[in-house]
Design a protein around this ligand. Structure first.
Ligand SMILES: C[S@@+](CC[C@H](N)C(=O)[O-])C[C@H]1O[C@@H](n2cnc3c(N)ncnc32)[C@H](O)[C@@H]1O
Length: 218
């Protein structure tokens, strides 16, 4: 099944949607969308409020490794890799794998974990600087929805192009009106978000055959 939650080991975050809606001024949104220090390591109003390694990706890596039957020397790409936390955990778990990461944020790449920093570069999801069929697994967690629809579609096609078959993305979505309203209150940076059924219609239309899951504001 392409619709699969491989992130269900993550701690559940309790979100205060009303507080976020009150605090979300145009200036906060402008700062967040720069994907700089304010977004990662500034005030919680602007984004993460401190984007720190806490080992939460270890369990996800284990899950992906077995779900995709990854060989020990797998080539893995993370799009929107931030500071490289997940790629660090891949490298710890599978020392012979090859990791690559791209992110639009010069700040995040500059602050990346030393273990993976040499393998990360600044770039955009919709224009991947890699040959066709380069990776055993392409991952993009909560990142491509930050692009407007046309460029989000292009990103999905780029993921398809550089993958040898396995890919996994998560994007902002809702299943009912309450989740829709929560998401509208919560989003700072996303440009493309829709009902899960709309995403599921879009994927085959633009030729994305990989797996997917959702960021849901429940
Ligand atoms: C919500 S964060 C997720 C980071 C990481 N994947 C994680 O789950 O911890 C979104 C990430 O997407 C990156 N991003 C935004 N626009 C992008 C683009 N056009 N291409 C690549 N990365 C982008 C941001 O800089 C940020 O690191």
């Amino acid at each position: 099944m392409p619709e699969i939650n491989l992130l269900n080991t993550h701690p559940h975050t309790k979100r205060n949607y009303e507080k976020r809606a009150e605090e979300k001024t145009p200036e906060i949104v402008r700062l967040a969308k720069q994907f700089g220090k304010d977004f990662f390591d500034g005030d919680r109003k602007c984004g993460y409020g401190g984007y720190k390694y806490d080992g939460r990706w270890k369990a996800v890596v284990e899950r992906m490794k077995s779900y995709y039957h990854l060989p020990e020397d797998a080539a893995i790409l993370d799009i929107g890799c931030g500071k490289g936390f997940m790629l660090h955990d891949f490298k710890e778990d599978m020392p012979n794998c090859t990791v690559s990461g791209i992110d639009i944020s010069e700040y995040a790449i500059g602050q990346a974990m030393p273990s993976v920093k040499p393998f990360l570069k600044v770039g955009s999801a919709d224009k991947l600087d890699f040959p066709d069929n380069s990776f055993d697994l392409v991952i993009s967690i909560n990142s491509i929805h930050n692009l407007p629809l046309d460029r989000c579609k292009k990103s999905l096609q780029e993921i398809e192009r550089v993958s040898r078959g396995n890919s996994y993305i998560t994007v902002d979505a809702w299943r009912n009106e309450e989740e829709h309203q929560n998401l509208l209150k919560w989003v700072l940076t996303a440009e493309t978000y829709m009902h899960v059924e709309e995403w599921k219609k879009l994927f085959p239309e633009i030729g994305y055959t990989g797996d997917y899951w959702w960021f849901i504001a429940d």
